[in-house]
Design a protein around this ligand. Sequence first.
Ligand code: ADP
Length: 536
Amino acid sequence: QFPFGRRLPCDIYWHGVSFHDNDIFSGQVNKFPGMTEMVRKITLSRAVRTMQDLFPLEYNFYPRSWILPEEFPLFVAEVRMMKDSDPSWKPTFIVKPDGGCQGDGIYLIKDPSDIRLTGSIQSRPAVVQEYICKPLLVDKLKFDIRLYVLLKSLEPLEIYIAKDGLSRFCTEPYQEPTLKNLHQVFMHLTNYSLNIHSGNFIHSDNVNTGSKRTFSSILCRLSSRGADVKKLWSDIISLVIKTIIALTPELKVYYQSDIPAGKPGPTCFQILGFDILLMKNLKPMLLEVNANPSMRIEHEQELSPGVFENVPSPVDEEVKVAVIRDTLRLVDPQKKKRKDVQQHIESCKNKINIRYNYFMCYRCQTLEHVSEANEELLDAGPADRREYGTTKSPEAGLPSLCLKQVFPKYAKQFNYLRLVDRVAALFIRFLGVKGTTKLGPTGFRTFVRNCKLSNSSFSMASVDILYIDITRRWNSMGIDHKESGMCLQAFVEAFFCLAQKKYKSLPLHEQVKSLIDFCEYHLAALDEKRLVCGRG
Ligand code: ADP
């Protein structure tokens, strides 16, 4: 801990809350710029909604949501329409204040008109969401899953998922919501911070019982009941990858603003907490993503009235220690150094004739002996050989990794979803001055001109009108008043609008893909021309 700052640069910076720190020019920080903002309830809902517009079937793991107060009329109208078309539909909704956590301010309603009764939507923005009425129950109780996910790198995208997580249980037997039981938080909300106050909460030293258990213990139980646990895991992996794909475009905008390309700066990684609810049919549904998941491995115990003591929590310890340990193993700078040196040696080997198991490294001008026996040391390379002497790899003796790579491992299956990432790349290209997150009117005009999007039926005057209309609306939603201009989400909306205009008959995702291809083609041609002119 450096309460008064530090003099020497560090390999790894472990921040408590967010990325921000003014003087980090190297190493790795355990937070991404903008992550806290991105996983707030409203921002996450918006990012997922954009993906739902493009790929409705792929993104049906997130409950239908509306943003309050601005979408209140839409909420009322859509619910009325759905009720009219299916009179047997008796929905329940859950209202969650934006930026809230630990169940704070959450309540259930049966009808949109009930929201008005609280009278507070103007003062506190919130998300209202369809309530999942038929969750999977274990021991008649509702529970949710907390899974730990490591976002190791944004560019290239690298995602790891912890093999085990936590299951957090309600403390009252579950009943489907009725007007009578809507207010019973111990029945409907799985938050640990709420249920700990119920007299029924069970602290257990056994990971298979009690109000907090390992997720693997639930999987064992499901498997013994004949459930397809493999399918469940693959659905969860897919949910995690798709959610991160929804978040990456805006994260990249924050990233280039705080760590401009070409300037010295750190790289980032982050442990995220995914809260997932299983439906009765075992379909996983995303509830929320936490940028600062609790890593506590103790809980408070009341020894005598009013006297508390922190005691170890074996369930938390089993899951969380492995997550932190493996995160540090994966971001270990020595490991990266060993990998770089190995790549260097590999490239040398390709260039030079290897005779008698010797090779000459042109860069370091040394003669290296290659043999099976010192394979491990060779991994470490010449520099590290001196550093480590003949000691074994620092990984030796550690348990196998609990964090499993899922991306780029499954990239092929998911890359087609990364359209908004490409739109964000266009946005970032035209941002101009480094350090901003919003596009000015000139930047937008240059984008349209360079991509050859303006023509006789779409004049530059219409381009300006489009910019003003969309930017004004997004800025009036009061998301970020710090900078003026067009935010990424507004640019995405404008981009979708242009795509619909240009490629009328196609489905939305094909319209957007066609327009991205079109823009990238013209920008590549422009870059080529500039390069030739520059040489000339
Ligand atoms: P918080 O950040 O305040 O914990 P969550 O979105 O995690 O907010 O919601 C709190 C709890 O409410 C969840 O742990 C879950 O038990 C319940 N919950 C949230 N959304 C839904 C939903 N759409 N359907 C059913 N239960 C939900």
